[in-house]
Design a protein around this ligand. Structure first.
Ligand SMILES: CCCCCCCCCCC/C=C/C(=O)SCCNC(=O)CCNC(=O)[C@H](O)C(C)(C)COP(=O)(O)OP(=O)(O)OC[C@H]1O[C@@H](n2cnc3c(N)ncnc32)[C@H](O)[C@@H]1OP(=O)(O)O
Length: 375
């Protein structure tokens, strides 16, 4: 495919995605009214936001005051959808209602049927034995993170922070842990143009990383395979990182005309020293799991053949420790730096906002999407 014939930054996802008809949307709205089981507050907020986005477009309400908690939660959920096109919001709403209805009918008469939490399309979230597991679930795309997935991860973390589990785990389904930001996120350009997209994406990124900075319980990464981009940089905000010996750690930001995020510009030099951090963050050096462990980014490496068994045995034992003690210890370790981390997160997000508008970044994304170049 010719790059000149490939107007990446003008392409609109809703032109290619399967569309939900107005009839599908209306019938999903009616289906919601018939739902007998309360889907929970997180889900209701998500549905509310998608409904408003689908019917009215981007959030147009003035921001409610801090004390108006319910209106503020609704406003936050709607605004987080940024400039998501109405058609995509409609489609997402229809799919979400359909997943709710099917999980309601499949669990009828089986109260303890499944620990899998409903309502996530890009994740599998389970909660059992004191462990909430958030599994990235786009294995055919190497678990690349779409805009929807950023939002679902935030919702899953918010729910995990409040549930009765002792620890929370992030992992990937399939052979990859995660291939980082889904580069197709660059093609979904709203009518307001690429500047508006970059601005909303910087807000999304800041809020997304903010959830990791603020997460109150022990947070563990189970890195089941290669990790790229933001899935690597975030590791500095986890409390434990267990990796399979098949995992690699790659942050090709310069190759992509971009710059580090996830507080890695501060956490990586702190963890591994500035020279080793520079090799990764400026020059895109890919580390093996053992190298990442030697640098302090990974806590422990396990042979791939026994990885899942060894890690989950260990985590089950940790999850039986007194949860309040673990939470308080984590807060003692992390709280001193929280304010600083939020400031670094804001700065990194704002620098990236500028990078996304640069020719260096545009050309790199076009190369990937047109398959003319692979990292
Ligand atoms: C205007 C601005 C809007 C921006 C919005 C951004 C919001 C926040 C951004 C936060 C900043 C984050 C930065 C990063 O994470 S940078 C890192 C980005 N990731 C990459 O550069 C990796 C790209 N992928 C690859 O290099 C290879 O796919 C990989 C080495 C991961 C695997 O190679 P392999 O040959 O084994 O497999 P395939 O390439 O065939 O992959 C299988 C299918 O998966 C698709 N894929 C994989 N990774 C991605 C990805 N990151 N984005 C989109 N798609 C991905 C790949 O295309 C294949 O799909 P098909 O089978 O359909 O061809």
């Amino acid at each position: 495919m010719q790059i000149s014939n490939f107007p990446v930054l003008q392409m609109h996802k809703s032109q290619t995605a399967m569309r939900a008809s107005q009839k599908d949307f209306e019938s999903a709205v009616n289906q919601m009214k018939l739902l007998t089981k309360d889907p929970g507050n997180e889900m209701k907020l998500k549905l509310y936001a998608l409904y408003k986005q689908a019917t009215e477009g981007p959030c147009n309400m003035p921001k409610p005051g801090m004390l108006d908690l319910i209106s503020k939660a609704k406003w936050d959920a709607w605004s987080a959808l940024g400039s998501l096109p109405k058609e995509t919001a409609k489609q997402n709403y229809v799919e979400l209602v359909s997943s709710l209805s099917s999980s309601a009918s499949s669990s009828q008469g089986k109260p303890d049927a499944d620990s899998k939490q409903p309502g996530y399309e890009t994740l599998v979230v389970t909660s059992e034995n004191g462990i909430t597991k958030i599994m990235l679930n786009r294995p055919t795309k190497k678990n690349a993170i779409t805009t929807q997935m950023y939002q679902e991860i935030m919702l899953a973390l918010e729910a995990a922070a409040k549930d009765d589990s002792a620890i929370t785990v992030l992992t990937g389904n399939g052979d990859y842990y995660c291939s980082g930001n889904d580069l197709n996120n660059f093609t979904d350009i709203p009518p307001g143009g690429v500047e508006e997209k970059a601005k909303n994406s910087a807000i999304l990124l800041r809020d997304f990383v903010g959830c990791f900075i603020d997460f109150p319980k022990p947070l563990i990464a189970v890195v089941n395979g290669p990790a790229v981009g933001i899935s690597v940089t975030l590791l500095g905000l986890f409390d434990i990182v267990y990796a399979s010996d098949r995992a690699t750690f790659h942050t090709p930001f310069s190759h992509l005309g971009q710059s580090p995020e996830g507080c890695s510009s501060y956490m990586f030099p702190k963890i591994m020293g500035s020279a080793k951090a520079a090799e990764m963050l400026i020059f895109g050096k890919k580390l093996t799991a053992r190298e990442a462990c030697a640098q302090g980014l990974v806590t422990e490496v396990f042979p791939d053949s026994t990885f899942q068994k060894e890690v989950w045995t260990r985590l089950k034992a940790y999850s039986k420790l007194p949860p309040n003690a673990m939470r308080i210890s984590k807060q003692l370790i992390r709280n001193v730096e929280k304010e600083k981390l939020h400031a670094i997160n804001s700065e990194e997000s704002s620098v990236l906002q500028g990078r996304w508008l640069s020719d260096e970044c545009t050309n790199a994304i076009m190369n990937f999407l047109s398959r003319k170049a692979k990292l």
